[in-house]
Write a new protein. Structure first.
Length: 170
């Protein structure tokens, strides 16, 4: 998502999305330390709802990429806002799965210590990853000045998102 956003909108316009991912992942990881992760594990229906929500959102983004046009610059075609990126992390099953797995390493700590360690660790790591992928997308934009190459790239990214929307359920 960040690679496509960097390629389509540039690094500066994608910055709120980057920061939203880092903060959203940190919040999700932190609340896992408070026991929300145990609730999700105990209630498989909540996990299914999370997966369906994430899959639908990913498919919506894939639709937008499939129809992307480098010449369009309307408000309908914009990168995620900070809030949208934060909220997406809250329904992103990958984030929940990784955060749940990480609780094993901090299980002997208090809930507050778990929340702080998980939140800060995941925010910091994700910020670095997000910066990398957005920069890669921004650099790709220079290679995609041809409208045909641009459309092919966006459609490949859209198809990748469709594939990921299915992987959410595995």
């Amino acid at each position: 998502m960040l690679t496509a956003s960097g390629a389509r909108f540039g690094f500066k316009r994608t910055l709120p999305h980057i920061l939203g991912v880092a903060v959203g992942v940190g919040i999700t990881s932190a609340i896992t330390g408070y026991g929300i992760g145990a609730l999700l594990t105990a209630q498989p229906t909540l996990t299914t709802i999370l997966k369906i929500g994430a899959s639908l959102w990913i498919l919506w983004m894939a639709y937008g990429l499939w129809n992307a046009d480098p010449a369009k610059t309307s408000n309908a075609h914009r990168p995620f806002t900070f809030i949208e990126a934060v909220l997406f992390q809250w329904i992103n099953p990958k984030v929940w799965a990784v955060a749940l797995s990480a609780t094993v390493y901090v299980a002997t700590l208090s809930a507050v210590e778990q929340a702080v360690i998980l939140g800060l660790t995941f925010s910091t790591l994700n910020l670095g990853v997000c910066l990398f992928w957005t920069t890669a997308g921004t650099l790709l934009a220079y290679l995609l000045t041809n409208p045909v190459a641009w459309r092919v790239f966006m459609r490949i990214m859209a198809l990748a998102l469709v594939g990921f929307s299915v992987l959410v359920f595995l």
